[in-house]
Design a binder for this molecule. Structure first.
Ligand code: DGY
Length: 329
């Protein structure tokens, strides 16, 4: 019997073809509706491999149901939706999609920063709504990006690539990370600071840190109050790194000037979300890595990782480094 692979979102047939040639593959029928939990559990009971997305909770119950499960390939660089500890205990390899999305996510991050600072969405809407009457000296005046101070929280691959973008805008770049990055300091001229110093000094605070127990809710009201009142906060990491109520209140109170958000505590958000009511918020539907080229590469990488595990080879991008295969059916 061929190994059985379950894919939790509808993906383009052409991309899934290499898997279908070798394995028995089933895909959830929608690309925009998550697979219901009961169906996921039923499918995982039969599956040798799962191709999941970040909206799927791959928790202990799912991993336990996967008696034959050998690999979960998550279509994201982040893997906070997966219980890694249980996966390792059960001999299930967890793979993600780093590297292939670095430039694309850095582009979106910098684009969101620019868009928020220069009020681009507001300006485009103003025009479409027929409000443009005449030239006006301070019409939709934003704030400059060039020669300002950028503070990057979470200096991984994407953080470094955002810093590279920022050097072209003659920005001073501060960063805060669990570990120092001497190579990046040398190459990009970035300066390591404490979190406290970074939030006080930066004009733009860009959050790119993974969601972990330590980073959950790290941006509290107190943190926003330490920022400059002209500061702009950008989040392209995970929504739960931010206390959303605190961000909302800080924006309303004028404690910071604006926010550009690609991620939210609970996704998707709906139009009645309080942050969407604020004119100084630019909000996007979690599209950090969403270019056709990059999403294609991410799917290809997931497929490669699944094939490697099922063929007894080293996967390219393993997350749970303590993973050891167990003999399964
Ligand atoms: C990731 O890969 O973790 C991103 O958030 C997806 O856009």
């Amino acid at each position: 019997m061929k190994p059985y692979i379950y894919i939790t979102r509808k993906l383009p047939d052409a991309l899934v073809k290499p898997l279908q040639e070798k394995y028995d593959v089933k895909m959830w029928k929608h690309d925009d509706i998550p697979v219901p939990r009961d169906i996921l559990i039923e499918e995982v009971k039969k599956a040798d491999a799962l191709l999941s997305v970040l909206a799927d909770s791959i928790d202990e119950a799912v991993l336990t149901a996967g008696k034959n499960l050998k690999v979960v390939a998550n279509l994201a660089v982040g893997y906070n939706n997966i219980d890694l500890k249980t996966a390792s205990l059960k001999g299930i390899a967890i793979c993600n999609t780093p590297d292939v999305l670095t430039d694309t996510t850095a582009d979106l991050t910098f684009g969101l920063l620019m868009t928020t600072a220069r009020r681009i969405v507001e300006a485009a809407e103003y025009l479409k709504e027929g409000k443009w009457q005449s030239w006006n000296p301070f019409l939709l005046a934003g704030t400059d990006v060039h020669h300002k101070t950028l503070g990057i929280v979470g200096m991984g691959r994407i953080g470094e690539t955002v810093a590279k973008r920022a050097t072209g805008f003659d920005m001073d770049i501060l960063y805060y990370n669990r570990t120092r990055k001497p190579d990046a300091e040398k190459k990009l001229g970035v300066i390591y600071t404490s979190f406290d110093e970074l939030v006080k000094k930066a004009d733009f605070i860009v959050c790119l840190t993974p969601l972990t127990a330590e980073t959950k809710n790290m941006f509290t009201r107190e943190v926003f109050q330490k920022m400059k009142s002209s500061a702009i906060f950008i989040n392209v990491a995970r929504g739960a790194v931010v206390d959303e109520q605190a961000l909302h209140d800080a924006l309303v109170a004028g404690e910071i000037a604006g926010a550009g958000l690609d991620v939210f505590q609970v996704e998707p958000i709906t139009v009645d979300h309080p942050l969407l009511k604020l004119p100084n918020v630019v909000a996007l539907p979690h599209i950090g890595s969403s270019s056709t080229e990059t999403r294609t590469s991410m799917i290809e990488l997931c497929i490669e990782n699944i094939s490697s595990i099922l063929e007894g080879k080293e996967p390219k991008t393993l997350v749970n480094k303590d993973w050891r295969p167990l003999v399964k059916g």
